[in-house]
Design a protein around this ligand. Structure first.
Ligand code: NAD
Length: 476
């Protein structure tokens, strides 16, 4: 569905939103089978249109087909399969133990769909980050309006086509448009908003949601550090870091943003990283620009922003240890490694979100930890090393997720919560955790009729009631 003028958009958004009210009531009582049918429809559509998805991503920012399969299609189909397998269990009310003062009652946790949801998604994994949350919304029994990114028009159009072929607009709808469209949608009293994007826009979303006290999931970004310790295997770490950084041309929310390497390992790591880049992106020495496996920067604005990050760093004393070249005609930027980086440089101040890897070295782990803790809490933290520093790093820092001896990989783990903390996000996505974000966990307490424990605690408060209350305070 595509809306044109902004006033038309506004009223159309409202109409679609209102039309989903009745469905949201109907879906409240939907069975796991009915919800699974909706997921299966999406899975089948993806299977039949895999080539269309690859093509759209190629047009939007030259995304290599294997990367589309791996990072746009696989996470979504894995999410669908995981939900299908577990949905019945997730939906079943869970009994809880009865505390002594509640003797004679029974307690259960029911999960009910929150109702009408809004999904606002970014451009960097445009298919995955629109449809992934939709799987959670549908699993939970919610209706959804999706507002995909305007920066990847081909993929957004394709998402709109998919949704209009599979659902009526009073069930799931896609509303295409720019920031104004998003703003108009944010004025509506949704029951849940699932936003993926920058921390700056996350604040706008949260502010708008507070008008209606709508709950939010904010999947945001930031600067995720990677630490390579004294006893890390530098070849292994380099290969993993190079892939994690340069997949999607660095335009990944959980890409390692910067690297902290132990002094004793920095030369070896740097050398191994160069070897790994060459091996992955230029095995025949034709130049990395010729590689079919390197995506492009999404648009001119981001291209200029990234080139400026390199120039600013170099002007302030950074050294380009690898790469540094760019081509404005193709929006290509070479995988770039910067050393001699300082705090004054823009590259250490803002989320890089591109193929630039600044490297700092450290002599003592405490200093690396102190540096990480001096910054806002990151979305992910990566530690490479065999030793017991692992648990120190986990205990002494905070981040959305931690990966030991790898990076980025946790995104594909359907059993782990995925998300940030404070500036890197609020709430969790994926599997059961995504299902819960779109659900209200409702405590249901059943009391028996007539005489029960609590009857003894009613006024007038005689000596017996006072004794019981005193013992409750003492023992519970
Ligand atoms: P963005 O915040 O600029 O845009 C995201 C969405 O918000 C888009 O659909 C856009 O139209 C809308 N939007 C933009 N400005 C708005 C405004 N003023 N009011 C209302 N809506 C507005 O983010 P982006 O550039 O598309 O994506 C990059 C950011 O997303 C990075 O910070 C990255 O780290 C983050 N990200 C996070 C995750 C995650 O899972 N945590 C995943 C991908 C990207």
């Amino acid at each position: 569905m595509l809306f044109s003028s902004s006033t038309h958009q506004e009223s159309s958004s409202k109409i679609v939103f209102q039309s989903q009210l009745e469905t949201s009531y109907l879906w409240r009582t939907s069975s796991s089978e009915e919800r699974i049918d909706r997921l299966v429809k999406i899975r089948n559509w993806i299977k039949e249109h895999q080539q269309d998805i690859r093509h759209a991503l190629k047009l939007d920012f030259g995304k290599p087909e294997p990367e589309t399969d791996l990072s746009e299609i696989l996470p979504v189909t894995a999410e669908i399969n995981h939900s299908i397998k577990n949905l019945k269990k997730w939906m079943t009310p869970k009994s809880v133990p009865t505390p002594l003062p509640m003797l004679g009652t029974s307690g259960k946790i029911h999960v009910e769909p929150k109702g009408r949801s809004l999904i606002i998604s970014p451009w960097n994994y445009p298919f995955n980050l629109s449809i992934g949350p939709l799987i959670s919304a549908l699993s939970a029994g919610c209706t959804a309006i999706i507002k995909p990114s305007e920066m990847t028009p081909n993929t957004s159009e394709l998402i709109s086509k998919m949704v209009s072929e599979l659902f009526r607009t009073n069930e799931v709808a896609v509303i295409l448009g720019e920031v104004e469209t998003s703003k108009a949608l944010l004025e509506l009293p949704f029951d849940h908003i699932f936003f993926t994007g920058s921390p700056a826009v996350g604040k706008i979303v949260m502010k708008a949601a507070s008008e209606h006290l709508t709950s939010v999931t904010l999947e945001l970004g930031g600067k995720s550090p990677a630490v390579v310790s004294e006893d890390a295997n530098t070849k292994d770490a380099a290969e993993k870091l190079v892939w994690g950084k340069y997949v999607n041309c660095g335009q990944t929310c959980i890409a390692p943003d910067y690297l902290l390497v132990h002094d004793s390992q920095s030369d070896s790591l740097l050398m191994e990283m160069k070897v790994a880049i060459q091996k992955m992106y230029d095995p025949e020495f034709k130049g990395i620009e010729q590689s079919p496996d390197m995506a492009r920067i999404v648009n001119e604005r981001h291209f200029n922003r990234l080139v400026n990050l390199i120039e600013d760093a170099v002007n302030k004393g950074a050294k380009i240890s690898f790469g540094g070249k760019s081509n404005p005609h193709t929006q290509f930027i070479e995988p770039t490694i910067l050393t001699h980086v300082t705090e004054e440089m823009l590259v250490t101040q803002e989320e890089i979100f591109g193929p630039i890897f600044p490297i700092f070295s450290y002599d003592k782990l405490e200093k690396a930890i102190a540096y990480i803790n001096s910054k806002p809490k990151p979305l992910a933290l990566y530690y490479f090393g065999k030793n017991d520093e692992q648990s120190e790093v986990i205990k002494q820092t905070s981040s959305g997720n931690v990966v030991i001896n790898d990076c980025v990989l946790h995104y594909l783990h359907t059993e782990l919560p995925f998300g940030g903390v404070n500036t890197s996000g609020i709430g969790k996505a994926h599997g059961y955790f995504g299902f819960l974000e779109f659900s209200n966990q409702r405590g249901v307490l059943k009391q028996r009729v007539g005489l029960n424990n609590v009857t003894l605690l009613r006024p007038p408060y005689g000596i017996k009631a006072k004794q019981i209350i005193a013992s409750l305070i003492k023992w519970f």
